[in-house]
Write a protein that binds this ligand. Sequence first.
Ligand SMILES: NC(=O)c1ccc[n+]([C@@H]2O[C@H](COP(=O)([O-])OP(=O)(O)OC[C@H]3O[C@@H](n4cnc5c(N)ncnc54)[C@H](OP(=O)(O)O)[C@@H]3O)[C@@H](O)[C@H]2O)c1
Length: 302
Amino acid sequence: MAFQKIGIMSIGEMGFHWAKLLKSHGVEVLTYDKDRGEVSRKRAENAGVTSVASMNALVKQTELIVSIVVPFAAKKVAAKVAKAAAKAGRKDLLYLDANAISPMTADEISSVLTPAGVHFVDGCIIGGASKMGKGTLVYVSGPEAARMQALETFNIPIRVLGPTTNQASAFKVVYAGLTKGLQGLFCELLMGARKYGLLDEIRAQYEENYPGLLDKVSSSIVGLRIHAGRRAEEMAELKRTFNVQGLNSYMAPGAQKVLQAIAALNLGQGSDDGARQGDLAETLNLFYEKGLLQIKSPGNIS
Ligand SMILES: NC(=O)c1ccc[n+]([C@@H]2O[C@H](COP(=O)([O-])OP(=O)(O)OC[C@H]3O[C@@H](n4cnc5c(N)ncnc54)[C@H](OP(=O)(O)O)[C@@H]3O)[C@@H](O)[C@H]2O)c1
């Protein structure tokens, strides 16, 4: 049976688009946003999300809680839900972690939620926030993963990966290596091309040999203005995910450094209607004007 009351932690860019989609299908969407910033609270209001007074109230009033927060907050949110669910004596609450976290973090979240009686499903989102309901996919794994198929009623395609709790997170981390790796690579190369006055020429040549590739990545490059720090963390997670399996990772740390350099430019925050500001040309121009990748003193050249 389809869910009727879903909690979303929190109403960031992705949470906003989930909330709008679920609301359009008649689902009641709730959140607990007392500790959130003004933009998140405004987004919740704009999406018609009910803000409840406590985590206990959220746990008591919902059938499913979806965690869509910044990845470093994923464990904290799970711990708060576990505490509230144990206190409320909830034994049937479902919890979907849809964050870009490592498989190791997914295991830790499972070990916090399961003893509290919460049914944990590991998940990940492949696709942009504004494409929720228009192609963005949700991959899930774990013993109860198939229960998420009820979300398909609301135009959220669900792909079940397997029975192991951390598979969806591992899938996302490896997938993200391509998308964030391409973002970092393009940003670095295009800064160099611009320095040599060859930006348009190199873009034309990329387009001739790899038609559509930069176009596909361009909206994500625009998104780096607000999400670069989080995406840099994902590259650190990718390296750790490989290392625990005894594999080296050389590409991920490179992408991480470029994304960290963009984050250090401090280019602003998300909008309260979930829309991204600017296009690719403006974004590259902004990165260049702000000195992205510029070596501060010649003594640092190696
Ligand atoms: N955006 C996309 O297109 C996209 C695509 C695929 C996957 N995802 C995944 O979706 C997740 C969210 O991404 P996003 O783009 O929506 O990020 P975002 O716009 O930065 O929003 C993150 C939200 O998490 C909240 N938050 C931060 N710390 C928290 C805490 N300790 N407890 C509870 N909430 C907290 C933030 O609230 P405040 O800022 O107000 O504190 C904000 O509402 C990430 O795991 C990301 O990998 C996003």
